[in-house]
Design a binder for this molecule. Structure first.
Ligand code: SF4
Length: 250
């Protein structure tokens, strides 16, 4: 068995062990006359439920404020920065359980992340700004390999790469086209950016934001006039606005 396979099996046994332990404890409490232990366990459950309830309530109040207001306050920014990932994971799992379209949840998460990131004043040198594009943004019939080097684009204007390349020349920022999460992580590691502008669909964007924790990521959703993963488009104006923001010009 490979190392990762055995880790997976160990995790399953761990979860099973936790359930068995909880079941045994419940069985013991049902049959036991030990009222003190019964009360201690109930108190612990009560405290955990209470803390979780307070956490969810504060998050809901903060989010309602953020959705209603144009500007985000300092407390809201710091609170959401710390908590939104956990809340997002919980809501995403719940949406999965209730068969709700997860892309709606992912889109809102990316939007909240942008609000938090864009409410912080930054000034990043252009060489530390990285624009990450998905390869589906390139015209599918284009023979030029822009994933190895975006400069291979011949600027024919048939896809957005042309205008994004002009932004690269105008602002002197780094622009890469990635074929997926692994290459995107490699590009980030090699370029060591201080600010990222990521263009992707709801799914890849939210996964990318979850992946990159210490660098501000501004997400720009792509448009899919021909369906997912083929000849996608993006608002070049939104990318330019994001570059200007990270440069401290907005
Ligand atoms: S703009 Fe560049 S990448 Fe897009 S189709 Fe033309 S040559 Fe290919």
């Amino acid at each position: 068995m490979k190392k990762n396979d055995s880790l997976f099996i160990k995790m399953i046994f761990l979860i099973m062990g936790i359930f068995f332990a909880l079941g045994s404890l419940a069985l013991y409490l049902i049959n036991s006359s030990n009222l003190v232990l019964y009360k201690i366990i109930l108190s612990i459950i009560l405290i955990i439920s209470f803390c979780l309830g307070i956490f969810i309530l504060i998050t809901a109040i903060v989010l309602i404020h953020v959705f209603k207001k144009k500007d985000i306050g300092n407390f809201e920014k710091v609170y959401l920065n710390k908590s939104i990932r956990y809340v997002y994971l919980g809501i995403l799992n719940l949406a999965n359980l209730l068969n709700i379209d997860k892309n709606k949840i992912r889109g809102v998460f990316a939007q909240i992340n942008n609000r938090v990131v864009l409410s912080t004043r930054v000034k990043i040198e252009p060489e530390y700004i990285l624009v990450l594009l998905p390869h589906c943004i390139q015209k599918s019939s284009c023979p030029h390999k822009v994933t190895t080097n975006i400069e291979n684009c011949k600027k024919c204007g048939q896809c957005n790469i042309d205008n994004i390349l002009k932004l690269k020349e105008k602002y002197n920022v780094n622009v890469f086209v990635s074929t997926g999460g692994t290459l995107a992580r490699k590009i980030i590691k090699e370029n060591n950016p201080k600010g990222i502008i990521a263009v992707a669909c709801e799914r890849d964007l939210s996964a990318g934001i979850m992946d990159v924790r210490k660098i501000p990521v501004v997400g720009v959703l792509n448009e899919r006039p021909q369906g997912p993963c083929i000849n996608t488009r993006v608002s070049v104006d939104k990318i330019e606005d994001s570059i200007r923001y990270l440069l401290g010009k907005e």
